[in-house]
Design a protein around this ligand. Structure first.
Ligand SMILES: [Zn+2]
Length: 442
């Protein structure tokens, strides 16, 4: 009866019920007291927990750099999705997320236009000025972090997965890249890609604060192109970059606090990596010796065949009469011509030089090979920072294998400081990159 009665009924009908009701009030008051005490404790704990978050994040300045823009569309997907549009949208969403967390943001562009208009400058001059301007903006604003957003591309459709790059000069950039990559993988997976060094990327080379390039996926992969065309997916990408950056800031803050209290900073918990350049060089020379090249043979470096082998791999090729070639410039020129032809018929490897590329000249001076290509190297390139890096080092690593060449200066239409796809400025002779070679294939 009590359970079915309305509130008004049991107050009037029975003293037992009234007694029960009084006890109920006591129980209710007690419960409310316990809940309030619990809430107070919870509030205290949550303030304690979130305090580092707000102190670590609020008031920071982050430069968000959506790559390319204007007449430089960057990479293009088969169904027409353009890198410049995708990265601008993600950049704007990212800025919004940071602003809501009381983080100052500086966008290097918030419209379709690039930072600097080409005017009547040469392509090389304009791209360099544009990239320099983006870094200058970050320096002017005394930014704490620089996040450049790009989309990748490759001649083979199979390559996929978002990936974050950093410069090996900065441990902080490495930690930031690892934190962002972790969120990209957990939120957008499946993806086996790891944070990777990209020491030749201009913005990473020139930045004075922790800087990363986030390649949000491959526009050359139809599945990822379709995903990147969806607003909801771009929102998830922005969230992944946001949470990765926040996690990095909180971790840095905690380490800073530990350091303040105790001079003996704990050793980094980053996975140990094989980064000693000397080790790479000796591994490379041993691996190269194992190729056992004949007098007329060279090792040509092409891109790996699968999504998990996005490094350079050697193909041994015989060039008749190469050993008897006495002119070093002609010898180097013949090797580059073979590289332009691409991997041998039936090879699983991928080309690194775009169709239509012509070699204009090779001149060796003081062990530096000056290699001049036609504009198709730039105009027909498929874009993407990693793909650009593979193109550059397929040329550099192949040529520095030729006796008498230690460094390579790549030129386009006779110009130094050119760029093939807008991420690497070819402003100085380059040494071979041992880190970019897949050793297991030797
Ligand atoms: Zn790009």
């Amino acid at each position: 009866m009590v359970w079915r009665a309305t509130k008004g009924e049991f107050l009037l009908k029975s003293p037992v019920v009234i007694l029960w009701t009084n006890r109920a009030w006591l129980v209710a008051l007690g419960t409310i007291g316990i809940v309030m005490a619990f809430l107070l404790i919870l509030t205290y704990v949550s303030v304690k927990v979130s305090a580092p978050l707000s102190e670590a994040v609020c008031g920071k300045t982050i430069v968000i750099d959506p790559g390319h823009g204007g007449i430089d569309a960057g990479a293009k997907g088969r169904s027409g999705v353009m890198e410049k549009d995708v990265v601008l949208d993600i950049g704007l969403r990212l800025a919004d997320l940071f602003n809501r967390a009381a983080v100052y943001t500086v966008l290097t562009r918030n419209t379709d236009d690039g930072l600097i208009e080409p005017g009547n400058r040469s392509h090389a001059n304009w791209k360099r000025l544009d990239l320099e301007g983006r870094i200058a903006l970050a320096t002017e604003h005394n930014a704490d972090i620089y996040v450049s957003i790009h989309a990748n591309s490759f001649p083979e459709q199979v390559w996929s997965g978002a990936q974050t790059f950093y410069h090996s000069k900065s441990d902080d950039a490495k930690e930031l890249a690892i934190a962002i990559q972790k969120e990209l993988v957990s939120r957008l997976g499946p993806n086996l890609r790891k944070a990777k060094t990209g020491d030749d990327y201009f913005v990473l080379r020139k930045s004075t604060m922790p800087a990363v390039i986030v390649e949000v996926g491959f526009l050359s992969n139809p599945r990822e192109e379709a995903l990147l065309a969806q607003a909801d997916y771009r929102k998830q990408v922005a969230e992944a970059v946001f949470y990765g950056t926040v996690n990095y800031l909180v971790e840095s803050y905690k380490k800073g606090r530990l350091q303040e209290g105790d001079e003996s900073r704990p050793s980094s918990d980053l996975p140990s990596e094989f980064t000693d350049i000397q080790d790479y060089a000796s591994l490379y020379s041993r691996a190269r010796a194992a190729l056992n090249l004949e007098e007329n043979e060279v090792a040509l470096y092409f891109a790996g065949p699968t999504n998990f082998d996005d490094d350079l791999m050697p193909e041994v090729r015989e060039i008749p009469g190469l050993g008897a070639e006495s002119n070093p410039d002609s010898r180097a020129s013949r090797v580059v011509q073979e590289l332009i032809k691409g991997p041998a018929r039936g090879s699983v490897l991928c080309p690194t030089l775009p169709r239509g590329t012509c070699l204009k000249s090779v001149k060796i001076v003081d062990n530096v090979a000056y290699v001049d290509f036609s504009e198709e190297l730039m105009e027909n390139h498929w874009g993407g920072s990693r793909a650009e890096e593979l193109t550059v080092y397929s040329i550099v690593n192949t040529l520095t294998d030729v006796p008498g060449i230690k460094e390579v200066q790549i030129l386009i239409e006779g110009l130094v400081s050119s760029t093939i796809a807008g991420h690497i400025i070819l402003d100085e002779p380059l040494s071979p990159n041992f880190d970019i070679i897949e050793f297991k294939q030797f």
